[in-house]
Design a protein around this ligand. Sequence first.
Ligand SMILES: [Zn+2]
Length: 94
Amino acid sequence: MNSFEESSTCAICGSALTDKIIDYIDHNDGHFLIVRDVPVQECIENGHQFVQASVAKKIEKLFEMDRQQVLKPKEVITVPVVELDMVSEVINRG
Ligand SMILES: [Zn+2]
């Protein structure tokens, strides 16, 4: 994710930007953290996402707090882990 200066067009491809609220998911060493309701700007054509520098700083801080184990999550979810080989064959009807 890229931080941005206030703009109405995508800094990467130049298409129009639209405001969106997303759940931001990332991980440190296999430990996942989901940050809910993150405001982003997304470009219409290619889905490039940008967050304001102040938002990026908050996300960075949350991950730092998570590493230091001082973050009290609002909610904890279980995420299933699978492997490709668990599916023998997928018939492609394309
Ligand atoms: Zn773009």
